[in-house]
Design a protein around this ligand. Structure first.
Ligand code: ADP
Ligand code: MG
Length: 250
């Protein structure tokens, strides 16, 4: 995309090109490419073991691919460690939330906030208030001084979201944040995620709950055995015979 009179800018916020990841002799991701434009909502589906979490790890920097590149906002971040990627706006949630058990919810959110405070000219003294604001956004304000052990599953997921949002990401990557939740809780978390999207956050959501994927996604990618099996509109992908065979059918 070329802006008239302006510098040349890339249309894609995230560009994953030819990522391959091996664990020993096992190929977990094989030549995976995808691009995401700013503000997009991308759903990722696929059978267990198809490489979804590995792909997230390669995007967020927890793992480095054996081949391929990752560009974020036009910058090649392929060799960057996770904390540097977090600093330029890539945040992720973990499939299994791991909050600090001995810290209150507000303290748990304050930790990543303090880490990025200087970038947002946020004063140390305001970190506590900002942490409580984020918890309020998740509907957790009443539990701000509780310990994570006191939380239900759905509240743990919301805490995980608040921690990811503390870095004020431009790209948020969610790994099965709705797994194990009741239908009402799924709707609640989906509402939060869609609100974040309408605030301009670009979101990649890995999820097995098809109802949530269909409501959330503008585009869906289905992985199978480390490769992209199908991608397109949610409706097209669920109707794809290959997807039906490896995923929807089982
Ligand atoms: P998904 O999230 O789609 O269920 P994963 O990305 O977690 O799948 O895993 C893809 C494949 O890679 C699986 O076969 C898994 O066992 C393997 N794998 C993932 N992480 C590692 C690792 N650190 N070491 C060895 N094998 C791994
Ligand atoms: Mg996974």
């Amino acid at each position: 995309m070329v802006r008239e009179g302006g510098p040349q800018v890339s249309a894609a916020l995230l560009e994953v090109t030819g990522i391959t990841k091996r664990f020993g002799g096992f190929v977990a991701l094989s030549d995976v490419s995808l691009a995401l434009r700013a503000g997009e909502r991308l759903g990722i589906i696929g059978p267990n073991g198809s490489g979804k979490t590995t792909l997230i790890n390669c995007i967020a920097g927890a793992l480095r691919g054996d081949a391929g590149s990752i560009r974020f906002d036009g910058v090649d971040v392929t060799r960057w460690p996770a904390h540097r990627r977090a600093q330029i706006g890539i945040a992720r949630s973990f499939q299994l939330p791991r909050p600090f058990a001995s810290m209150t919810l507000a303290e748990n959110v304050a930790v990543p906030l303090e880490y990025v405070a200087h970038r947002h000219s946020l004063h140390r003294a305001d970190v506590g208030a900002e942490a409580r604001d984020l918890l309020r956004k998740m509907g957790l304000q009443a539990k701000a001084d509780a310990l994570p052990a006191a939380l239900t599953q759905v509240d743990l997921r919301k805490l995980e979201l608040a921690r990811a949002l503390a870095a004020r990401p431009r790209l948020l990557v969610l790994d099965e944040v709705m797994a194990g939740l009741s239908p009402a809780e799924v709707d609640e978390v989906l509402g939060i995620v869609l609100d974040l999207s309408s605030e301009g956050v670009t979101i990649v959501m890995i999820e097995h709950i098809m109802r949530a994927i269909m409501k959330f996604s503008e585009r869906v990618v289905c992985l199978d055995a480390g490769r992209i099996l199908a991608q397109g509109t949610p409706q097209d992908v669920v109707r794809d015979t290959g997807v039906q065979k490896v995923y929807i059918g089982d």
